[in-house]
Design a protein. Structure first.
Length: 181
């Protein structure tokens, strides 16, 4: 009878060893899978970010940056803090704060398109309603990117967001809307 127990113990030891080998392989594969998933996510985010930036840049390459505050010289003339220096901003698109008399022509093309869709809407609209109307695919990334632009337009006085997620033309004290100019 001793040999039967010895055979079972040997088989159990071999099975235990095989289980440990497979667990080690599984742990290694799980680690490889996690690294691959992280790499995939980084690439997806990078591609979406680059596509968004490139779309904005090509939409309107002639966007003017916000004016720098001017200082007066001793003789009373206004001078820029960058007087005499060539000022070049590359790859930066700004959404200036709305001021009376400012038209939508100072905004990048995609922002003008957004304001046009909102101005034409019968009431407040959501980002997911705007995305297809400005020619983008209705993916979660595009909707979130548009929502970010809408929030930026609200922060800078171009739009109102009376209820979370609902965007409408800005109402000023005079009742005029900056996007109607």
């Amino acid at each position: 009878m001793g040999s039967l127990f010895e055979e079972l113990e040997a088989r159990e030891a071999a099975a235990r060893e095989r289980v440990e080998e497979l667990e080690a392989e599984l742990a290694d594969l799980a680690e490889q899978l996690e690294r691959a998933r992280e790499g995939l996510e980084r690439l997806r985010v990078a591609r979406e970010t680059v596509a968004e930036v490139m779309a904005e840049m090509s939409a309107d390459a002639s966007v003017a940056a916000e004016e720098e505050p001017e200082a007066e010289t001793a003789d009373g003339e206004a001078s820029s803090p960058y007087a005499g220096a060539e000022r070049r901003v590359m790859g930066v698109l700004t959404v200036p704060k709305w001021r009376p008399g400012m038209g939508v022509d100072v905004l990048p093309r995609v922002y003008r398109d957004i304001l046009e869709v909102i101005a034409d809407a019968p009431g407040p609209v959501r980002a997911k309603q705007i995305v297809p109307r400005i020619g983008l695919a209705t993916t979660a990334g595009r909707i979130e990117g548009t929502r970010s632009k809408l929030k930026r337009l609200v922060e800078r006085g171009w739009l109102d967001e009376d209820e979370p997620g609902l965007f409408a033309p800005a109402r000023l004290r005079t009742g005029a809307s900056p996007n109607s100019q």
